[in-house]
Design a protein around this ligand. Sequence first.
Ligand code: SF4
Ligand code: SF4
Ligand code: SF4
Ligand code: FES
Length: 593
Amino acid sequence: MSVVHIKIENHDYEVDSSMTVLQAARSCGYNIPSLCSWKNGRCSLASCRVCLVAVKGENRLVPSCAYPVREGLEVFINDPTAVEARRTSVELLLSNHSLNCQACSKNGQCELLEVSRIVGARQDMYAGEKTETTLDNLAPGLVRDTSKCILCGRCIETCKADQGLGILGFEKRGFKTIVGPSENRSFKDVPCIQCGQCVNACPTGALMEHSEIDKLDQAFAEGKIVIVQTAPAVRAAIAEEFGEKIGTSGTGKMVAALHRLGFYRVFDTNFGADLTIMEEANEWVHRLSSKAPSPMITSCSPGWINYIEFYYPQLLSHLSSCKSPHQMMGAIIKSYYAEKHHIDRSKICVVSIMPCIAKKYENKRDANTVDGLKDVDIVLTTRELAKLIRRAGISWKKLPDEKFDDDLIGEYSGAGVIFGVTGGVMEAAIRTAYHILTNEELEPIEFTPVRGFKGIKSAELNIKGEHYQIAVASGMKNAKVLLEEIQNGTSPYDFIEIMGCPGGCINGGGQPYVKELFLPNEDDDILETYISKRAHVLYEEDVNKEVRRSHLNPDIIRLYRDFLKEPGSHLAHKLLHTSYNSKREKYPVLEEK
Ligand code: SF4
Ligand code: SF4
Ligand code: SF4
Ligand code: FES
């Protein structure tokens, strides 16, 4: 790293020469507001102009997010012209904004409002004509309301950079410009994988998840037996919604809150993850000795499933047929659990609390139904759960730590917990596959080559002299590399894990907004570390679990003994496996890719 010497407000600083003025100022403790710049204090568009500063020798104000530092640079943030210009920029954005904050789900976490407060924006300064707007709420996962869009382009950049897709773009020109899928189509009519990464990127309420809180209220009102399950990644982030530091485990308080919200039973999707491992590891071992297409690819991430159905349907036979853990859990609650407790399965409402928006889409797939009943009835995101807790007046800080309900399917292993982070499904599967192939236990239990946040990780697995090549990818840009290898016949792998969101479920599209990334932040290393801090919560829980292998979970052992009989049995297939279909016919434009 080379350094340059700069002055900010006449004070001397040494900063990395590759920084923008915005990055440099933040590293020196100056909080310049920003909106279109995201994640790393850089911005290719520099469209919002809320980060303007004065620079000695320039006869105009410059956007600090796009202006590089250099030796001897002198920056003035508190220059009266810059202060006024930043305020004007925000007031202009507000002049073309719906401002129905009381009904906006982003209220409380809206960066536009926060920046308005910082710059001291005045009311109705530039009232006038407003751009014609679109409200698209037809897709299961996402809602787009262009009346709240500030044209920052963060969603466009995220879809391209993280997923290698270009679903979103600027439509029309000048004053009529809006952001959306091409020709302003609905999300339901374009090959969007519903991952929600663009929702996490949006600083306003222009992109949001499709809320199902009303459906939950209705289920309670109808007297349903409402059973809730929570995915592993939820506990790794929910505490952030209540002001706790990133990396704080919220397991005990989350369970306590769910008990107080009136759910009949509070279960952990980790049981479903253990079940997935039982089925998936067995499926892989069977495939090794059969003519089934290799490599087998995991199937628990619905954003990834959408991707392969849209873009690589010719490779669908490589997918494991396993349902995702929460769907398996729902199917078991409405069969085994209902039967053992003599509950009418049609009276059960299964609610999944997920870090994911694509699971709202997955839940509506016809194949995730058994004997006419959906496995899962309602999917809420981590953010929606936080809203429920606030709405009920529950004080997070005063909640005790409580345990998941121990009722037939309440036990889970450490292997189930690490499902929430990239590489976790592979690591969990290896623990059980090793046992199936050798009748012994893998030691040491950790398989670290699949940990960490590289886009693609690969390793060789040695099981009693047999060598297997494995790979892990998260984010569709990385998945594409592995799929192209399979397509070209050059894939060296036997088993691949793919997760739709970069870093896995801990960074899912339904997780709490990491506001420190967008707003002036106090903690400079937060960008590099927030995913690993959340991952740490899961790895810690794994280490502290007495049972760390799915096949040793006593509730799983009893489920197979008393009900399913064995992995891959006829009943297991009926309840726990599914099928996939090409979506290409629906979107012929993809043929040209
Ligand atoms: S996006 Fe922000 S400013 Fe706009 S309506 Fe929602 S809360 Fe208000
Ligand atoms: S949900 Fe994912 S695929 Fe769809 S537009 Fe957003 S980032 Fe792109
Ligand atoms: S939808 Fe959100 S992220 Fe995308 S341009 Fe509009 S305000 Fe920015
Ligand atoms: S122009 Fe710099 S943050 Fe938007």
